[in-house]
Design a protein around this ligand. Structure first.
Ligand SMILES: [Zn+2]
Length: 131
């Protein structure tokens, strides 16, 4: 799948819903390509108490359930189809899933399919030096 096809799938999957005054979902949509060559989709889930999670991590949960932890590419869009870069929690989440994910490419511009790696988005690890 090309980046544009991943983008089109992410837009197609958008499903904004207000389930209740405390629960909404589907305003952000992500498509991941695992190192296994499979694609995983996810939507954001927001709860009024501050819980919930991002579309990227929702897609990653499906990938992990399928036995994969390394991600090749990520495309994430907001409700108007605008490309989104991952929040700090997602950046850290992907980094800790697998060291290989420092090479994960995130689509940041449709023109010329501009991407950034996770290493570029998250250059400094938080944990102490080990060893
Ligand atoms: Zn996030």
């Amino acid at each position: 799948m090309t980046y544009r096809e991943m983008y089109a799938l992410a837009v197609k999957n958008l499903a904004p819903r207000e389930h209740s005054e405390f629960f909404s979902s589907g305003y952000v949509s992500a498509v991941l390509e695992g190192a296994n060559g499979k694609y995983y989709c996810g939507l954001n889930i927001d709860l009024a108490c501050g819980l919930g999670f991002c579309a990227e991590r929702s897609a990653a949960a499906a990938m992990i359930a399928d036995g994969e932890t390394s991600v090749r590419r990520v495309v994430c869009v907001g409700e108007k189809g605008d490309l989104m870069t991952p929040c700090g929690s997602c950046r850290e989440f992907f980094r800790l899933l697998s060291p290989a994910n420092l090479q994960t490419r995130f689509l940041v511009g449709l023109e010329g399919e501009k991407t950034l790696s996770l290493a570029e988005l998250l250059p400094l690890p938080w944990e102490r030096e080990r060893g």
